[in-house]
Design a binder for this molecule. Structure first.
Ligand SMILES: Nc1ncnc2c1ncn2[C@@H]1O[C@H](COP(=O)(O)OP(=O)(O)OP(=O)(O)O)[C@@H](O)[C@H]1O
Ligand SMILES: [Mg+2]
Length: 321
């Protein structure tokens, strides 16, 4: 049994996962409402909240799984990329638990964690496949040849797709985090009402900053009443442009690859239009798209454990290695 711990951003999460990928518990304490008034995550606020929540969240993960620390064989924890102060809370908790129990510790890369959300539960996806990882901090196309490793085919040159959703939501006066809000409002709007540009970038990369600017100009041209009336159309058209860019590039990557199969992970994989646009793709289960610790425990099945007590000097890292 693997105890997973994730504190890279504003979710404090712990999970217990079996060696075969069975999710025995997955507890996620979101701090979103705490950061909402600032319109984004405040790193220092996040670190302090992780400190308050990490103990209770781990305890709840154990209780929900009907397990105790005696049942845990290894501890898995996100080491990066993410907010360093936030990561250090989870990493320190993981080290303390592993040290106290003389257990091995598996440091996990958060991006590998997102991909490993496909290796959980009953409908596990087998490589090879081309994977779109679209989250709040990243937008990547990955060639996944085997579990535990991948090769980058492309990435965003500026904003991540989730960031584009969040910034667009802010321009439209919607709450934070904005992806789910736009997803909901877009259902009431006309996706063809506005034509927003899909950036033409060479190779298999993405760009979303021009799209955000286009929305800014569209919103600026409207008075308060008009914005109120057109908000759903703007949301639907903006979402359509992001989905087009993501689905289009994923298809191009798949056509160039021998893998054949396609998959989507990360917070944006929860988007209903993206799911609809890619009926042949494997998606991570909805609850495991945004940050969680089950995916971190899952990734630990395919990474090397560090024996007690060699991991005590491990440090966190902020950006992708
Ligand atoms: N239904 C949805 N439609 C579109 N975007 C969504 C939806 N649900 C969540 N998101 C977006 O997903 C992002 C959060 O995803 P996730 O938790 O994987 O990202 P992160 O951990 O912040 O970033 P990273 O994984 O790159 O470090 C946010 O930007 C949010 O707006
Ligand atoms: Mg994430």
């Amino acid at each position: 049994m693997i105890l997973g711990i994730e504190t890279s951003c504003d979710e404090t999460a712990a999970a217990l996962v079996g060696g075969d990928g069975t999710v025995l518990s997955s507890i996620v304490a979101s701090q979103a409402s705490l950061h909402a008034r600032y319109g984004g995550v405040v790193p220092e606020v996040a670190s302090r909240r992780h400190l308050e929540l990490i103990g209770p969240v781990i305890r709840e993960a154990l209780e929900t799984a009907g397990a105790g620390l005696d049942d845990v064989d290894r501890v898995a924890v996100t080491r990066g990329p993410g907010l360093v102060g936030a990561l250090l809370v989870g990493l320190s908790a993981a080290k303390a638990l592993a040290w106290a129990r003389r257990l091995p510790l598996v440091p996990v890369d958060h991006l590998h964690g997102h991909v490993a959300s496909l290796y959980l539960g009953d409908a596990q996806v087998e490589p090879p496949f081309v994977c779109l990882l679209a989250s709040g901090g990243h937008t990547l196309l990955l060639d996944v040849g085997e579990r535990g490793s991948f090769r980058r085919l492309g990435s965003t040159l500026d904003d991540a797709a989730g960031e584009a959703f969040d910034k667009g939501a802010r321009l439209l006066g919607l709450g934070y985090p904005g992806g789910a809000e736009i997803d909901r409002l877009a259902r009431e709007g006309d996706p063809e009402a506005y034509t927003f540009p899909v950036a033409r970038v060479a190779g298999l990369d993405f760009s979303f900053s021009g799209l955000k600017t286009a929305l800014l100009y569209a919103v600026r041209g409207l008075d308060a009443d008009e914005l109120e009336r057109r908000r759903a159309d703007l949301a639907a058209s903006y979402q359509r442009a992001i989905v087009r860019a993501l689905a289009g590039r994923l298809r191009e990557a798949a056509a160039r690859s021998r893998a054949g199969r396609i998959a989507v992970v990360g917070g944006v994989a929860a988007n209903s239009e993206l799911r609809g646009a890619l009926p042949d793709a494997a998606f991570a289960p909805l609850a495991l798209c945004t940050d969680n610790a089950a995916m971190i425990a899952s990734a630990a099945r395919y990474a090397d454990p560090i024996p007690y007590p060699d991991y005590l000097a491990l440090d966190a890292y902020a950006s992708a290695a």
